[in-house]
Ligand binder design. Structure first.
Ligand code: 6PG
Length: 481
């Protein structure tokens, strides 16, 4: 038994994670892949790394020191279940199986329960940062038992990204907590990307600037409060010219956004938890809308507003600044909603998730890494149980600064027929939160009218029903929700 850590599944993410592990002092990395060729390729390409290859699960287990610790990096779903079953056969109580794929957290909860009965520790771990992150330093979101964290913690701290001197890994919580948090990370990633895309579209259609010119705008934004990986790569993508046609690449790429499902999971879970993640939902639906060419085709002639003149000069500059502020405000909403979902998930599944710690491990390595996460960390440092993130003083100030521009941009998008679903739904959420009274009272009245669903009153305790089809007097009733 020579290796202290193993990796199963040597596609790009697994290979890169294995190389990252092997590059750290103190690690010897056992590697295993279903088909032998991937293992041979990895060994041949990286003779510098001290890998211990195995070609059967038995040998793989034998090559690991106790407690045996293996990170599975295979496709989510059945392939993951298959590998777990094989590892359970050759591992012993106290050993640790880590799933580093994008598993659905409820699958992780189920697997953890099943594996726990064998005495083996099962850890669902969110891994963010793509291929480069896996190699150079990802953001890691492990769930699982406290016992597993004792062994895993030091290993993971060694390979994670570092932000402000701190490793981007924390023990998120038990069983599915890590994958839950990774899921919400991806939901926020969807919202962030959609907001950036809307900002680009608004600028392009309102000012007529070229993608390369807009790349400069994003590069400039990346020097301020919007500084983030996604803004940075947006500038890169917009600046890219297609080699074949000489046109901006963004004009050649088919405008139908793909999705592997984690955004949809975030929204589905939020619906179950009753958490309004409207920005994330709009971002997910915007991808769906883009991916229905047949519907878009027949809808092209639908009436829209008559054309307006393009903005130029100082007007264009002022407009771009307003878009920047609207983007920032909407981004605050998206993160606030995402953290709300984590808070609700933690309450529902009994996880002790430290929201401040989550914001800190997202400062480096992951796709949504941004300066901004420091502000979130500060907000939770000041008040760990903050009920609504965007009510933290820093964000209140930022929203106060941005709201006029935000409103203007949302009205302009509506008036000129430029779709900005995430911008506008974020603003509606913000105003919904702010409202002293919501028309939810009317909804309750309607529900009571057609279904005797009852309502509560603002002025006294109890549950009430109006006899709508009778004499319309009010009676006390049993609460039916
Ligand atoms: C990450 C990414 C990663 C993956 C996305 C892509 O954090 O490194 O989120 O997990 O690239 O899941 O998701 P879509 O294909 O759904 O856009």
């Amino acid at each position: 038994a020579r290796a202290n850590i193993g990796v199963v599944g040597l596609a790009v993410m697994g290979s890169n994670l294995a190389r990252n592990l092997a590059s750290r002092e103190g690690n010897t990395v056992a590697v295993f892949n279903r088909s032998r060729s991937k293992t041979d390729e990895l060994l041949a390409a990286h003779p510098e790394a001290e890998f211990v290859p195995s070609f059967s699960y038995e040998d793989f287990a034998a090559s690991l020191s106790v407690p045996r610790t293996a990170i599975i990096m295979v496709k989510a779903g059945r392939p993951t279940d298959f590998v777990i079953d094989e590892l359970v056969k050759v591992f012993e109580p106290g050993d640790i199986i880590v799933d580093g794929g994008n598993a659905l957290f409820t699958d992780t909860i189920r697997r953890e329960k099943a594996v726990r009965d064998t005495g083996i520790n099962y850890v669902g771990m969110g891994v963010s940062g793509g291929e480069e992150g896996a190699l150079l330093g990802p953001s890691l979101m492990p769930g699982g038992s406290d016992e597993s964290w004792i062994t895993l913690g030091p290993i993971l701290k060694g390979i994670a990204a570092v932000a402000e001197g701190e490793a981007c890994v924390t023990h998120v919580g038990h069983d599915g907590a890590g994958h839950f948090v990774k899921m919400v990370h991806n939901g926020i990633e969807y919202a962030d990307m959609q907001l950036i895309a809307e900002a680009y579209d608004l600028i392009r259609r309102a000012t007529g600037k070229t993608p390369a010119e807009i790349a400069d705008v994003f590069a400039e934004w990346n020097r301020g409060e919007l500084e983030s990986y996604l803004i940075e790569i947006t500038a890169e993508v917009l600046r890219q010219t297609d080699a074949e046609t000489g046109k901006p690449l963004v004009d050649i790429i088919l405008d139908q956004a793909g999705a592997k499902g984690t955004g949809a999971w975030t929204v589905q879970t939020a619906l179950d938890l009753g958490v309004p993640v409207s920005g994330i939902a709009e971002a997910t639906f915007a991808r769906s809308l883009s991916s229905h060419p047949e519907q878009r085709e027949v809808s092209r002639e639908l009436p829209g507003p008559s054309g307006t003149d393009l903005l130029s000069g100082e007007d264009a500059d002022a407009f771009i600044e307003q878009v920047r502020l609207a983007l920032y405000a909407s981004k605050i909403v998206a993160y606030s909603q995402g953290f709300d979902e984590i808070r609700a998930g933690a309450a529902q599944y009994d996880w002790a998730i430290d929201l401040g710690a989550v914001s800190k491990i997202w400062r480096g390595g992951c796709i949504i890494r941004a300066q901004f996460l420091n502000r979130i960390a500060e907000a939770y440092d000041a008040e760990a149980t903050l009920p609504v993130l965007l009510t933290a003083p820093y964000f209140v100030e930022a929203l106060g600064r941005a709201q006029d521009a935000w409103r203007h941009i949302v009205s302009l998008s509506a008036a000129s027929g430029i779709p900005a679903p995430a911008f506008s739904s974020s603003l509606a959420y913000y105003d919904g939160l702010r409202a002293e009274r919501l028309p939810a009272a009317l909804i309750q009245g309607q529900r009571d009218f057609f279904g005797a669903h009852t309502y509560r009153r603002i002025d006294k305790e109890g549950t009430f029903h109006t006899l709508w089809s009778g004499d319309r007097t009010e009676i006390e009733a049993e609460d039916t929700h």
